[in-house]
Structure formats: C-alpha cells, structure tokens
Write a protein that binds this ligand. Structure first.
Ligand code: 5GP
Length: 116
C-alpha cells in the first residue's frame, strides 16, 4: 500500500525536496530532530530495508552517495552526521516506504540511550 512518501515523490503531496534523480528522492523531514534532517527515499516503493533484493543494490548504493552529496551541499560533511534506517516495530519505523535519515548540524550524542 502506498504511503505519503510515494505521493511526495510523485509530486502529489508537498515537501521541500533537496535532491532527486532516477533512483532516489530526498526531502526535509516534517518533524526535524536536528538542524539538518533529510529523508532519502527510493523512488521505487519498498516497504522496509528487510524487503530489498539484489536487484536493489544500485539504488541502495545511490542512497549513500546521495546522502554524501546532500551532506556536502548542506555544509555538514566536515562536522559530521548520522545515517539511520529504522526497520519495522522494534526499529521504530513509522512510514513503511524505505528511507534513510540524514541527521546533522549539532552533536547527536550516543546512538542509543543506555538502559542499564
Ligand atoms: P521512521 O520512524 O519511519 O524511520 O521515520 C519517518 C519520518 O518521516 C519521521 O521522522 C517523520 O517526521 C517523517 N514524516 C512523516 N510524515 C511526513 C510527511 O508527510 N512529510 C515529511 N516531509 N516527513 C514526514
């Protein structure tokens, strides 16, 4: 089933798009958790990272090279950033159209809060 991200990619829903090519589209997260918070999304509708196949390897590589380019364009390449993919319930995934978060512009702290 299509999500809001498919509608954004199709130009049917609003978003601030920062990058687009034949394989991926990137736009600003509507509820940013950092000064830079971009979502890098395959144009093809793939629900989760657990659904990718060998046919998707070019797209998966493009997600990383697009992230690198966007980080440079946004001036956070030198200070550093985090790339994050959530998968299903325990991973905290809300939108079931594969996406990579690009977060930066401040110190992000540890990857997970320790519970012990
Ligand atoms: P997830 O938890 O699935 O990894 O992340 C989903 C992200 O999508 C969240 O950070 C959320 O703020 C963002 N998001 C949800 N709906 C929209 C929307 O309609 N537009 C944009 N730009 N971001 C959205």
């Amino acid at each position: 089933m299509s999500t809001i991200f498919a509608r954004i990619i199709a130009g049917e829903a609003p978003a601030t798009i920062v990058y687009k090519d034949d394989l991926v589209t990137a736009f600003k997260d509507i509820r940013p958790l950092a000064p830079v918070h971009i979502l890098i999304v395959p144009n093809k509708e793939i629900p989760t990272v657990d659904d990718v196949t060998a046919d998707d390897e070019a797209m998966m590589g493009r997600m990383f090279t697009a992230a690198r380019k966007i980080a440079r364009d946004m001036g956070i390449a030198e200070s550093g950033y985090r790339l994050l993919v959530n998968c299903r319930d325990n991973g905290g995934q809300e939108v079931y159209h594969l996406h990579m978060h690009l977060l930066g512009g401040r110190r992000l702290g540890p990857m997970l809060a320790r519970r012990d």
